[in-house]
Design a protein around this ligand. Structure first.
Ligand code: FUB
Length: 327
């Protein structure tokens, strides 16, 4: 691999990648993506086409340096509790250890969250024997706060099964709230000091409008669907996520890591392909949005490619909307 990167170009083109979680570790940019399989089976709303089996780690010494693929760092066959679908991961650093958080279906077909550890940000990662007790759904995103407390944000509708957990236990027949009801929010749980368990019961995050009213399930331009990411800017917590059916990355802001979060606006307009999934990271003195689209496969939803671009704040802390194809 070895080309100078440009915005809005796939970071790598030898494999399909998606759901990029970007972090700065040891002064370098590390990207933890999903690894989309190159197959031609049919798609459905349950996401069965996203049948990923392993993770690779990517890194860049700088934003204009070549992107390095560190190869396979964890495979499904080595995760004792998992049966299929290694979906969007995230990584975190604490206790002199790198933690890879990831969702997968357990042996009963229920999505759970797992953890794997490494002494190196580029892996390989050693999975825990079991999933995090009490975990469910998909798309874990971990924030290690300035006070060293760590939080995992997660949850996704439809294939991600979030609506099936509204009573606290898994109900395979449960549907989402009625259109006039508040939308389901992402889930948050504080992690234990060793990062391997929930310290507290997971609880749903409230996302409200500028008047403090909950965003409703029918409000598909603003309601939570999947892919949470939380970062801090000027002391405030920014929760960003995908709106799913309307294909946007939007954000909401809070003074506290557990919310409630007030809806603010759109970060990324729709990309090619059904899913959109991102992360936001500061590297040196600039901020970057990592995201994916389907341009490398000419629009095949489950053959995606990770890209990145610069993200800009206005003076009031709001984020400028990015058009992925007008840069
Ligand atoms: O990559 C599989 C799923 O697609 C992710 O978990 C979602 O966020 C969506 O990007």
């Amino acid at each position: 691999m070895g080309k100078n990167l440009k915005f809005n170009e796939p970071l790598v083109s030898h494999i399909f990648t998606a759901d990029p979680s970007a972090h700065v570790f040891d002064g370098k940019l590390y990207i933890y993506p999903s690894h989309d399989l190159d197959h031609d089976e049919p798609s459905n709303d349950n996401g069965d086409q996203y049948k990923m089996e392993d993770y690779h780690v990517l890194s860049m010494d700088d934003v204009d340096a070549p992107c390095v693929d560190h190869g396979e760092v964890l495979h499904l066959k080595d995760i004792p509790w998992a049966s299929k679908q290694l979906w969007a991961p995230d990584a975190a650093y604490k206790n002199n250890t790198y933690y890879l958080f990831f969702p997968a279906r357990d042996k009963d077909g229920i999505f759970r969250l797992g953890v794997a550890t490494s002494a190196n940000p580029a892996g390989p990662f050693q999975p825990e024997e079991n999933y995090i007790p009490g975990s469910f759904s998909i798309d874990p995103a971990v924030l290690v706060d300035e006070d060293d407390k760590a939080y995992v944000y997660f949850g996704g509708l439809w294939g991600g099964q979030l609506e099936k957990w509204q009573t606290g236990t898994f109900n395979p027949d449960a549907e989402g709230p009625a259109p006039t009801e508040p939308a389901l929010g992402p889930i948050v749980a504080e992690l234990t000091e060793d990062m391997l368990n929930f310290k507290s019961e997971p609880h749903e995050i409230k996302i409200v409008d500028e008047n403090g009213e909950p965003i409703l399930a029918s409000d598909e331009n603003r309601r939570y669907f999947e892919g949470p990411w939380v970062h801090k800017y000027n002391g405030l917590y920014y929760l960003s996520y995908s709106t799913g059916t309307t294909h946007k990355i939007v954000y909401a802001v809070s003074e506290k890591p557990l919310g409630p979060f007030v809806f603010k606006g759109t970060i990324l307009k729709p990309v090619s392909g059904w899913t959109t999934h991102h992360s936001i990271v500061q590297f040196k003195d600039k901020w970057y949005l990592f995201y994916h689209d389907c341009s490398l496969s000419n629009g095949v939803n489950h053959k995606r490619s990770v890209k990145f671009t610069e993200l800009t704040y206005n003076e009031d802390g709001s984020i400028q909307t990015i058009d992925p194809y007008d840069q």
